[in-house]
Design a protein around this ligand. Structure first.
Ligand SMILES: *Cc1c(COP(=O)(O)O)cnc(C)c1O
Length: 469
């Protein structure tokens, strides 16, 4: 295949993409295939002879599409959204065409400089003060891993990378019991270990980390000869949206010289609306802050915004300069690979530039406000039904509920059956979590193309299928 194939197939794919997106409401949201259905149709060995793109594309439509769960479906209310939007898709096409590795400034100066500029825009959009420097990571998991590595290195006086962790005191990381599993995994990978991740109880309706518990855990650990290193606080935890009092946690952490990282992976996008920023109060004193435009800011995965107060400490932790990466004679430039775990990096700032410019901040605020309002509306309607209950109140656009049919004792089983019925039906897609000791069904609104009617239809589907069980 030569480059002329792009001229021939580009317009065809553009047509396919717009038909696909416009026709999504006709498809079941979650793939309806059984395990192995797709794999069994793929030849066991690769072809020796070249094949025409027409054959590849037709196989894609026939074999692959049935096994796709439609994340861009306007009635995707599961997990969290993984947004996309036309300007973002167009930018991805350009990025794929350029296929530049943007690890060093000189490997594409425009990519580095646009990244710096876009993180400056995003910083202002969410109301973080000047003094935070930004980098795009591939995921919030990686940003949090980087933060935990910096916390570890600071606590060990920068000896962890050189000497390893054997013989060192145990570094301790603190968080609430609501945080995302990526914090656990980061502690595994950083060599800190699960047992040195101290999960503390929460308090209040927002399930916030108890600062008194944090204080006594740090003191007890010091007395035991451990090395308290960092605190991970959270805005909008994954299960039901638990959110810490960031300022209170930072008061305690900083009084002991600990590093503080804020995980706002999902909820951070809502901070473009000033009326929600009370949730992040105190973040201006954090050491780092992460959120995912690839979740709720209309930008394709992968695009994680990672803000750091002191990039030197990050570069001291992750920067490595083998001779082939040394760039001669240029001062004051940023080589972003020294700010991240992987060396290679895609040109991800372009899609942010396209998305922010093509919507404008006001329109993005409006879309997020709508999502939050529609979530509150459907939660109120569900709450008004005598055989349903809201288990966790809306936190921005996320809440959880369960069905309580009179005379049924096993409500967990009932709700698990309801969830299966909903997802087999296909008109909407929801997922479950544990809350208040119960199996509950989560509901979040955040898809780029969702309308108020889509949310209203979800209410009909849920109540109809529940009562038909
Ligand atoms: C989604 C999520 C993550 C993980 O995000 P990735 O970018 O997939 O690594 C971490 N923390 C919270 C609170 C999340 O909602």
């Amino acid at each position: 295949m030569d480059t002329s194939a792009l001229e021939k197939w580009g317009p065809e794919l553009a047509h396919w993409a717009s038909e696909y997106l416009n026709g999504l409401r006709e498809r079941p949201v979650r793939a309806q295939t059984a395990p192995g259905d797709i794999a069994s149709q793929i030849p066991a060995s690769p072809p020796n002879e070249p094949e025409e793109f027409a054959a590849l594309f037709s196989d894609f439509e026939n074999l692959i599409m049935p096994g796709i769960t439609h994340w861009q479906h306007p009635r995707f209310f599961a997990y969290f959204p993984a947004n996309s939007s036309p300007p973002s898709v167009l930018a991805e096409w350009i990025t794929a065409t350029l296929a530049a590795q943007c690890m060093l400034w000189q490997t594409s100066p425009a990519a580095t400089e646009l990244e710096t500029c876009m993180l400056g825009w995003l910083r202002q959009m969410i109301g973080l003060p000047e003094g935070f420097h930004g980098v795009i990571q591939d995921s919030a998991s990686t940003a949090t891993l980087s933060a935990i590595l910096v916390a570890r290195e600071k606590a060990l006086s920068w000896t962890g990378n050189t000497d390893g962790l054997a013989g060192q005191p145990a570094c301790r990381i603190y968080c609430s019991d609501q945080v995302h599993s990526s914090i656990d995994k980061a502690c595994w990978i950083a060599g800190i270990g699960q047992n040195n991740l101290v999960k503390l109880p929460t308090q209040g309706p927002l399930k916030s980390l108890d600062p008194a518990a944090l204080e006594s855990a740090i003191k007890a650990d010091k007395a035991a000869g451990h090395l308290p290193a960092g605190v991970i606080v959270c805005i909008g935890a994954t299960g039901t949206g638990g959110s810490d009092d960031i300022g209170a946690a930072i008061d305690v952490a900083h009084s002991h010289g600990l590093y503080v990282h804020v995980d706002a992976a999902w909820a951070g996008s809502a901070m473009v609306c000033p009326e929600f920023r009370h949730l992040m109060a105190g973040s201006e004193r954090a050491d780092s802050f992460v959120f995912n435009p690839h979740k709720w800011l209309f930008t394709n995965f992968d695009c994680t915004a990672h803000f750091i107060r002191d990039p030197d400490s990050l570069v001291k932790t992750l920067g490595i300069r083998p001779s082939f990466l040394v760039t001669q004679g240029r001062d004051g430039i940023i080589n972003y690979s020294e700010w991240s775990v992987p060396l290679g990096r895609r040109f991800r700032a372009l899609k942010l530039w396209f998305v922010i410019r093509s919507y404008g901040v006001e329109r993005m605020q409006q879309m997020i406000r709508n999502h939050v309002r529609w979530a509150e509306d459907i939660a109120a309607r569900i709450n008004a039904e005598p055989d349903f209950e809201i288990v966790t109140q809306p936190m921005l656009s996320l809440f959880s509920f369960r069905y309580r049919r009179a005379g049924v004792d096993d409500l967990d089983g009932l709700n698990s059956r309801l969830l299966d019925a909903i997802n087999d039906d296909g008109r909407i897609y929801l997922t479950q979590t544990q809350a208040e000791g119960h199996y509950v069904i989560r509901f979040q609104v955040g898809q780029t193309h969702t309308t108020e009617e889509d949310v209203a239809l979800a209410f009909d589907v849920i109540t109809e299928l529940a009562r038909g069980l």
